[in-house]
Design a protein around this ligand. Structure first.
Ligand code: SF4
Length: 285
């Protein structure tokens, strides 16, 4: 339906009813916000279900000795496994993670460097107001919906949690703009709990390697929780994300320089001169 048609309907309704609440101009301003909010919901759904992630799950043939060796090697290669988002409190991390959906950590860090220097508590951000907050985050995708969520989230923190970030999944998921993945990141990174937030990188690595194959993110999360060796469970989330982000990248994984290449069960390893030759994993007995 075109804007002109909408406008004509709105004007007709306005003439018919003096109390009609949405004049045509307001409707046209709200449309982009409605679209961006719908996109956020869609992206969150896709991220939480993994329905468009096309890595083909492998049969679950890997043994625990191989898994331990994989995590031992990743832990050696990535000595400081942590988030690449900049933060100095649980609240700052929560805001940064909410902003990071469908955005790069670099872009979020650039915006939050200025935002947190003027407002890094729930009441500071509420004092900025939604319009003031948008000014600080307008370089980040879907900033309109994210600003609305953050304002509601800050009010919820003050009303229900004494201004503090709660430490349970249930309470975190009750906050505006916070889904299972964001809650898992906060529980793990801010509070040291043994959660694994399965994002697109972890989903890909878990399936390609055969570490914890699954058809959707919940299945992969459940399997990882069961099979990650205890000594690595706290850092598993960041080890797998960083491995996926810099080595096991989506389009052309850097298999020839991968520290777990001989343990990985992926059938289409790349990055070699003689590409196309199948390189099979050598299981540890
Ligand atoms: S060998 Fe290749 S596919 Fe396997 S984990 Fe390493 S980069 Fe990923």
């Amino acid at each position: 339906m075109s804007y002109t048609h909408n406008e004509s309907i709105a004007n007709t309704k306005a003439r018919e009813s003096p109390t009609f609440p949405l004049p045509a101009r307001t409707e046209s301003v709200q449309l982009p916000i409605f679209i961006s909010e719908s996109l956020v919901l869609l992206f969150n759904y896709v991220e939480n279900t993994g329905i468009f992630l096309r890595e083909k799950p492998l049969h679950n043939a890997m043994n625990q000795k191989q898994r331990l060796e994989i995590f031992d090697r990743l832990a050696t290669a990535i000595p400081d496994p942590t988030t690449e988002l900049n933060y100095s409190s649980a609240f700052e991390l929560l805001i940064a993670v909410v902003l990071s959906a469908q955005a790069t950590d670099k872009g979020v860090n650039k915006a939050t460097a200025k935002l947190f220097s003027v407002a890094n508590t729930p009441s500071d951000i509420l004092a900025l107001g939604e319009a003031g907050l948008k000014e600080h985050i307008k370089t980040i995708g879907l900033f309109n919906s994210k600003a609305a969520h953050i304002i509601t989230l800050c009010q919820q923190l003050l009303d229900k949690h004494n201004g503090q970030v709660p430490q349970t999944r249930e309470e975190l998921e009750g906050l505006a703009g916070v889904g299972r993945k964001t809650a898992n990141v906060i529980l793990n990174t801010a509070f040291g709990q043994h959660t694994i937030a399965v994002d697109t990188h972890i989903f890909r690595v878990a399936n390609r390697t055969g570490l914890a194959p699954g058809k959707n993110v919940r299945e992969v999360e459940r399997k990882l929780e069961k099979c990650v060796p205890k000594k690595h469970i706290k850092d598993a989330h960041h080890l797998l994300i960083l491995h996926g982000r810099y080595t096991c990248i989506a389009r052309k994984p850097r298999c020839s320089s991968c520290v777990i290449e001989d343990l990985c069960e992926y059938q289409f390893k790349t990055g070699y001169q003689d590409e196309g030759t199948e390189r099979k994993a050598k299981p540890l007995s």
